[in-house]
Design a protein around this ligand. Sequence first.
Ligand SMILES: Nc1ncnc2c1ncn2[C@@H]1O[C@H](COP(=O)(O)OP(=O)(O)O)[C@@H](O)[C@H]1O
Ligand SMILES: [Mg+2]
Length: 286
Amino acid sequence: MKDVAGVYRLGELKDRIVEIKGVPTGIQGLDGLFFTFKRDDKGFKKVPLGGIPQYAVVNLTGVSDTGKSLMAEQFAVWRAGQGDRVAFVTVETPAAFLSAGLYERAKAYGIENTVIDENIIIVDAASYKDLRENLPALFDTLAYVYKNYRADYTIIDSVTGLYEHKEIMARVFVRQIFNFLKKWYQTGILVSQKRSSHEELSAEAAGGYAVSHIVDCTMVLSKKTIQSTYDERLYRKPIGELIRLFRIDGCRMCGHDTDTHILNISDIGLVSIGPSLKEMLNKKEG
Ligand SMILES: Nc1ncnc2c1ncn2[C@@H]1O[C@H](COP(=O)(O)OP(=O)(O)O)[C@@H](O)[C@H]1O
Ligand SMILES: [Mg+2]
């Protein structure tokens, strides 16, 4: 039945199956949160992936100033530093300002600018309206980047910026972007904005749950201020201080940690994932 489009016997797909491998992110504390399993004569064994799953389209969502852009930039700089090509679609920050941020991340990591100069290809949808408002134009440009620069990674910060006045269309947009990234075997990070009215650590992004339903993996970032003596004891921070939290809401491609973790942003602007709240509580009691 080879002539009927879209129908395959399972066994026919063997040469197209993608092996689940981890892609190190450079974000301290994150890579250990994904795993797969092996089966031997003693039973099942958890095997750490050591990164986000390759070929996954990951949704990074949270309200403003939770660290989404920093994480996306860190991932881009870290991969570029390892010799990979990264396409970075900037929708909110014009290219020149994004570059400054990328060099800051590189400095913090101790990666030479010359190493990342060749490997990060910026697509400036913040400055070019057509790229921002016309999805086929953006896809044509990205296809050009994949063919000419051999990029394997795509960051879009943010997808919300691509449907700003058409949130009702979020699902259609995200589905098309997802399919496009899959077609090109990209490992992708889609940053999406949450509204402050959305429940803190839910995966809901502007445009509703559309984004998380479609992508392979959703990570949620949030922030809160210390407001009670209970908070003070749990987080070991004084009243009024800001803390940030992180959780992997779901990942369809592999196993993952489900706890809520502390998210730290260091003085040199590097995001890292800290202990889970469970660990904080145990430490407090212990
Ligand atoms: N270089 C830096 N050093 C220290 N903190 C920083 C630095 N850059 C950003 N931050 C902090 O990180 C926060 C999150 O930044 P960002 O990733 O841009 O947020 P988002 O993309 O989620 O809106 C900022 O509001 C700021 O408090
Ligand atoms: Mg941002």
